[in-house]
Design a protein around this ligand. Sequence first.
Ligand code: A4P
Ligand code: MG
Length: 285
Amino acid sequence: MNPLDRITLTGLRAFAHHGVLEFERTDGQTFVIDVTVHLALSDAAAGDDLAQTVHYGVLADQVVAAVERDPVDLIETVAERVAVTVHKPDAPIAVPFADVSVTILRGRLDVPRAGEVAVIALGSNLGDREHTLVAALEELDAVDGVSVVSSSPLIETIALRPAGADPDAPRYVNAVALIRTTLAPEQLLDVLHAIESAHGRERAERWGDRTLDLDIVSYGELEQQTERLTLPHPRAHERDFVLRPWLAVDPDAALPGRGPVAELLARLDAGSPQPPHPEHSDGAA
Ligand code: A4P
Ligand code: MG
């Protein structure tokens, strides 16, 4: 199947009572849904046969019905129901915001078994952050030799600068994706840099604001340190905005040389220092 074959419906509107707050449950609010269905369009195009594709009117009705059914606390749960992006433009959040959204890519059936599993961290704190991350995932999936297996919810995080957390800087949206790839690690890094450039990434200052950052958190069990690429990523083990979404997408995740992600995150939450890596000194690269 060509991974680019898809039907996308954007901006479907549903009115529902999802949310953790009392008034969200009683008053309800608007949810905006984007849905992408990956499918083999070539057969339907060749035969001009509606039955071989997905009738998008029917799809739209089903998606809206799924979103409007019994109220739940989290839009993550709603997204799970329909495997789509759900936006909550009127979310009751105290700080100014444009939208909050969550994307769940369902476990896929068409992912090849060949190649290595790699973990990619995505971050953006400039522009249309959610849109950029979702687009980057689609572009990554479209690369020959790369398949996105699953992706975490998008989370909003406070910018970490060299001097520490900076609540005044534009906030990040972060996510983690699991991919399967037949590319070598450096080839994968080149692909990530090309996608970053296509989204207008500029490198001015260290840990400066960026439209898109794509890092390789880990590549199989590989541990290496070259001029261009350190694996696993040398700071992943101390970053909430990497470990939390990674754990959400893979509860059994482990960082090579560091141990289970659940334990690394628990130590971070407790404010305890991470143990040093047994073989190389920390903080390099
Ligand atoms: N490089 C080496 N190892 C890797 C790897 N595993 N994955 C080299 C990706 N790149 C790797 O990265 C600099 C160089 O690192 C690359 O050219 C590559 O050869 P970059 O993407 O050009 O610049 P950067 O991302 O600013 O550098 P750095 O130091 O890797 O930044 P970090 O550690 O990724 O931190 N706050 C929040 N809330 N959320 C964020 O996502 N991200 C950063 C960037 C800072 N603060 C943040 C976030
Ligand atoms: Mg980076």
